[in-house]
Design a protein around this ligand. Structure first.
Ligand code: ATP
Ligand code: MG
Length: 169
């Protein structure tokens, strides 16, 4: 199964991100990520066996992150996949530390694939053809986070769908 670790936005922020996704969709086209699927990926694990997934669930349930507040203040785009996202202009030390600590734990569990750099972002659009984000309204959002979520990703005909497997304490 295809797994990743992420932060899920609290409901009010989810709605705000969804509203930004609507605005971006009107200007940039592409596929809008549904409100239910909005997230911040901390670690992409890829294909994982059932036994490894069970170990991940047990490990995550024992994690107690201190939490933090991430400030989102910019738009960005990834050209090749046509992704339009929102994120922070400057690196967030708490997220950077969290991602590093998670990968330390994941590597102890035998997972590879730690990326050489981490660029926290929330994908709002995919397969967009108009990636100029200059005319989009300013972003000013705060994301108070604490719990981490292990998600399973399915690819369905109408796009990806995620299922929660576990959350941290
Ligand atoms: P789809 O690939 O079906 O269009 P998706 O990208 O949302 O949808 P996944 O590919 O399963 O679904 O990815 C789940 C999460 O992990 C997403 O946030 C995605 O951006 C991220 N991700 C996927 N592949 C990688 C990778 N190789 N490195 C880092 N993050 C990744
Ligand atoms: Mg993908």
């Amino acid at each position: 199964m295809r797994l990743f670790l992420a932060l899920e936005p609290p409901p009010e922020l989810r709605a705000r991100l969804g509203a930004l996704a609507d605005i971006a969709r009107a200007r940039c086209g592409g596929r809008r990520v549904s409100d239910a699927s909005l997230h911040l990926t901390l670690a992409f694990l890829g294909e994982v066996e059932a036994a490894q997934a069970e170990a991940l669930v047990a490990w995550l349930q024992g994690e107690t992150p201190a939490g933090g507040e991430w400030h989102l203040d910019c738009w960005g785009a990834f050209r090749r996949p046509g992704i339009v996202w929102v994120g922070g202009r400057t690196p967030d030390p708490a997220l950077t530390a969290l991602q590093a600590r998670l990968w330390d734990g994941l590597e102890r569990l035998g997972h590879g694939g730690r990326p050489s750099r981490f660029m926290p972002h929330v994908t709002l659009l995919r397969r967009s053809r108009h990636l100029s984000t200059e005319a989009l309204p300013p972003v000013e959002l705060a994301w108070r986070w604490r719990r981490l979520t292990l998600l399973r990703s399915f690819t369905l005909d109408d796009g990806p769908r995620y299922e929660v497997l576990a959350r941290s304490a």
